[in-house]
Design a protein around this ligand. Sequence first.
Ligand SMILES: NC(=O)c1ccc[n+]([C@@H]2O[C@H](COP(=O)([O-])OP(=O)(O)OC[C@H]3O[C@@H](n4cnc5c(N)ncnc54)[C@H](O)[C@@H]3O)[C@@H](O)[C@H]2O)c1
Length: 451
Amino acid sequence: MSMPQAALPSALTAKFDSRSARIGIIGMGYVGLPLALLFSEQGFEVTGFDNDAAKVATLNAGGSYIVRILPDQIRAAQTHGFRATSDYSEITAQDAIIICVPTPLNEYHEPDLSYVTGTVESIAPHTHAGQLIVLESTTYPGTTEEEVVPRLEKGNPLGLRIERAGDTPATPSLYVAFSPEREDPGNDTVARHDIPKVVGGCGPLALALASAMYQSIFRRVVPVSSPSAAEMTKLLENIYRCVNIALVNELKQLCMRMGIDIHEVIDAAKTKPFGFQPFYPGPGLGGHCIPIDPFYLSWKAKQFDFHTRFIELAGEVNSAMPYFVIEQVANGLNDHAKAIRGSKILVLGLAYKRDIDDLRESPSLTIIELLRNKGAIVSYNDPFFPTVGQGRHYALNMASTPLDNLASFDAVVIVTDHSAYNYQSIVDQSQLVIDTRNATKGILSDKILRC
Ligand SMILES: NC(=O)c1ccc[n+]([C@@H]2O[C@H](COP(=O)([O-])OP(=O)(O)OC[C@H]3O[C@@H](n4cnc5c(N)ncnc54)[C@H](O)[C@@H]3O)[C@@H](O)[C@H]2O)c1
């Protein structure tokens, strides 16, 4: 799609070009805080909004609560005017507002949009004509136009209308867009500003304004025709991952029965220079995105009498993987004439993926709970989590166990392949290693059960 030629609210465009626009980012989490730093590095004055007073205090004291963001980066941003607040009245002072709040599922596995709708209702009274408001939280197609726009129109005290496709208000308006976040935590191979930014506006001016804003921090902006197209783009990307991971998880189980090493097969297949992208099996999905986002679409699809079978099937396969790991632990112990009940088991790695400090939806938590429920005496080790309180379904209240007496465990289960671990040494010292990540690749030992 080519860039729209509509006349822009030129004062704001000029402010983006000159880096003098004031940017407010709501939600100082894994998405919002790095985005705030990116704008700040380009010279923008950024205000971070968060309703967690502890996070606000940490940031204003020049500290960080995300391992891969260093306090030095926060302090550098402060020299460009970065500060955090919980006070929504400061929305009035912003030229652009970007919403990066959570979009989880509720207990019935349905979208919980309350963070998004609550945020929009809170900011609406403080908006003024000409502001750009962009939603970045991952969500189903239609959210921006059906949930965000009406709340902004209803809640703003000036009666401002929002530009829509084919209906550009003559009077000054609010401009609304959706732009999905594409961060890959722990992956430093692509610089943040090199990740193309997809943008869909509620109308041509909103698209042009949002594109101008993102062009000041991203190398490439990819405009699409509507917020729904941008919302769907993000879901397609995540469903693609979810379905392909489910496929290799299923094929791994078949390969194990057939005595074939799935990792050898993937390594061979990925030499094909076209038409194949490698995905890797594991102990189950984790994080705030891949296990959750697809179900935003399957929920919305029902409104259109449509059943998203690939999403359901992938969810079924992936959510069964922690149970498959437990079966393998039982098999490994069985070979040593032991049962899970009463065995001492060490789970290595709590984070949902390598080298990050994020526990959300982590399969490790499910695996610990399943092992405990079967009567195992479970410990864990994770350099990123000295303690863990809440598990998936109940409080775990555990502390990370040092790796100085591995021989005392009946089994060591590698759930997260952090790069700080010395896998040769772990295998050497352990009685039995259940490896769910191929972390022990190349190590020859009959103590290892790869699954
Ligand atoms: N984490 C990722 O890797 C990733 C990647 C792509 C997209 N996303 C999407 O981005 C969104 C945010 O995810 P995240 O990982 O940054 O979540 P997060 O939980 O790390 O951060 C969200 C922040 O919003 C704050 N918050 C909640 N309600 C608020 C409110 N009403 N006002 C102000 N602050 C509020 C929370 O205190 C928290 O600090 C989600 O929709 C997620 O799906 C996340």
